[in-house]
Design a protein around this ligand. Structure first.
Ligand SMILES: *Cc1c(COP(=O)(O)O)cnc(C)c1O
Length: 292
């Protein structure tokens, strides 16, 4: 973006995970054209932003300047709530097709939707000025895109159920889980804090063992570009890198939290979670209480 003369400023969320409205107001100036909001939490143990909270933030910035464009990175959030940010004032929402809206079938890609004039501009930038959306590569995967989008709400339902199962299981074992077993959900991610590298590794090993592809592979923490610590990632997926499929990952640093997501079906998500616990039990890292 710098090469195009576009500068960027970031206003971090407050300690409790809410928007720093005062900070946002101070950061906006006459040069500000676009406000970007990320719905999911990445490797932070803050709560995910709800569509309601995003709606308030959008109203706040539009009050300052109604011409500001608001774009929401909607990754992992699609179809989890009844509304999407585009229904509460976001001018554009964007996300990945190897996550929720690809339904596990899309092999690659992302989406941009929103105001038609902005989509037009994106299309001119993506292909060529003057041609825009009239041309472009379909890569021969339109059937997977459309069928995946058709399946997506059902697949997201399975993933959310898997995340709720994981939260309840690990909460009962005494770990801090974000979100907890009962609260409302705004994306498909489930974090569990282990405060112990061995537990994080064992959890990921169990998820890998439950995978339909590469179940014989052992994930190990490694240096990855773009991260400030080693990261471990478990995924044995049909679509390489697809995190709507059963997967788990986390940075090797305090609080040694695992971020679990996906599962194309609920039974498979549940199986993966049970395998994560089994691996920890095999390594003597958890006591599984007797069930009476
Ligand atoms: C995954 C992700 C992306 C990138 O999506 P890809 O399809 O993997 O390139 C961008 N933003 C957020 C918040 C994500 O979680």
């Amino acid at each position: 973006l710098k090469e195009y003369g576009i500068t960027y400023a970031q206003v971090d969320l407050l300690e409790d995970g809410s928007f720093d409205l005062e900070g946002i107001k101070n950061a906006i100036n006459d040069k500000t054209k676009l406000i970007h909001i990320q719905r999911s939490k990445g490797y932070a143990t803050r709560p995910t932003l709800s569509v309601d909270v995003i709606e308030e933030a959008i109203a706040f910035v539009k009050e300052i300047n109604k011409d500001l464009i608001v774009m929401v990175d909607n990754c992992y959030g699609e179809f989890v709530e009844e509304k999407e940010p585009s229904e509460v004032g976001a001018d554009m929402i964007v996300g990945s097709l190897i996550k929720n809206p690809g339904g596990g079938l899309a092999p690659i890609g992302g989406y941009i939707c929103g105001r038609s004039d902005l989509i037009e501009q994106c299309a001119y930038r993506l292909t060529t000025p003057g041609l825009g959306k009239e041309v472009g590569a379909s890569l021969g995967v339109n059937r997977q895109f459309i069928q995946g989008f058709f399946m997506a709400p059902t697949v997201v339902n399975a993933a959310v159920k898997g995340a709720i199962f994981a939260a309840n299981l690990y909460e009962k074992l005494g770990f801090k889980v974000i979100p907890d077993g009962k609260e409302d959900r705004h994306d498909i991610i489930q974090a569990v804090e282990f405060h112990d590298p061995e537990k994080l590794i064992a959890f990921c090993e169990g998820i890998q063992k439950a995978s339909p592809i590469d179940s014989h592979v052992t994930p190990i923490p490694w240096d990855m570009p773009g991260y400030d610590s080693q990261v471990i990632m478990a995924a044995g997926t049909f679509v390489s890198g697809a995190s709507i499929e059963l997967s788990a990952d986390g940075p090797m640093k305090e609080p040694y939290a695992v971020y679990f997501q996906g599962g194309l079906t609920y039974p498979h998500a549940k199986y993966g979670i049970i395998m994560s616990l089994q691996r920890m039990a095999e390594k003597g890292l958890v006591e599984i209480p007797e069930i009476s």
